[in-house]
Design a protein. Structure first.
Length: 264
């Protein structure tokens, strides 16, 4: 029996978690053209673990070299960005750190792609989309295409409402849909339907807000009246109360027993 321990074989997860960005990138370049999704998934999982431990190098390399895998739909995905941001105390700082190696002018474009993917693949929710917009993604990116993506997504209303609030244009979206002749009619119908739905919900929210304000005002008035009633009640209870005199202490009528009525 050998006295030497057999060296443990390094996994792709270990490479992703390791400190060598060169090894990480070399394996990523080999795996991407072959669409080896299991290899890339392990690499990214390891890199995400390292990121959480304060070693962001491989995550930064992954997003910097996103073009290696973008054509295979296996690149550094919105799901990966969600994973590394959701466990961070400062989510915006986590995204900024992941994108640190990317030149500043290129960051919005990469974030736009990830936002489009997140909406299309139903990754995260409205708060995650808002986070990507806060990080630098643009609501009106791709000439309104983000709204088109949202209209065909699994949960369209929150995404469309957020994009409209952040400056997206329905006119641009309809024009974008018009460049897709096979889907123009039903995408335009979806956009119109959701536009009307959001308008109704916004009007309902406004009415509900007004009602809440009125209820709060009435509650405040009622609270004031209750305080006044309580104060008056306290004053009444402090007033001296004179007990009625007992029967044996009541003053006698001085004429009692002395008047006689003479017969006429």
């Amino acid at each position: 029996m050998s006295i030497f321990k057999k060296k443990k074989k390094k996994t792709f997860f270990d490479v992703g978690k390791g400190d060598s960005s060169e090894d990480f990138l070399r394996i990523l370049k080999a795996a991407a053209p072959a669409s080896q999704l299991n290899v890339i998934t392990e690499l990214y999982d390891g890199a995400a673990q390292a990121f959480r431990e304060g070693r962001p190098g491989n995550i930064q390399t992954a997003f910097l070299n996103e073009e290696l895998t973008q054509w295979y739909d296996i690149g550094p995905t919105a799901q990966l960005l969600l994973k590394i941001s959701e466990e961070a105390d400062d989510k915006l700082a986590a995204i900024a750190l992941a994108f640190e190696k990317i030149p500043a002018p290129d960051r919005p474009g990469k974030l736009n792609k990830l936002l489009n993917q997140a909406i299309d693949k139903n990754v995260g929710d409205k708060s995650f989309y808002a986070l990507l917009l806060d990080a630098g993604a643009e609501a009106d990116a791709f000439s309104g295409h983000l709204l088109v993506t949202a209209a065909g997504s699994a949960n369209p209303v929150p995404a469309i409402k957020l994009l409209l609030e952040r400056g997206a244009s329905l006119d641009d979206a309809r024009e974008s849909a018009g460049r897709r002749p096979h889907t123009e009619s039903h995408i335009a119908a979806w956009l119109t339907f959701y536009e009307e739905k959001i308008a109704r919900e916004t009007a309902a929210e406004k009415i509900m807000g007004q009602m809440r304000e009125q209820i709060a005002e009435l509650t405040e008035r009622n609270s004031g009246l209750e305080k006044q009633i309580g104060s008056l009640t306290g004053e009444v209870t402090r007033l001296p109360v004179q007990a009625p005199a007992s029967a044996d202490k009541q003053p006698k009528n001085p004429t009692q027993g002395k008047l006689r009525i003479r017969p006429s």
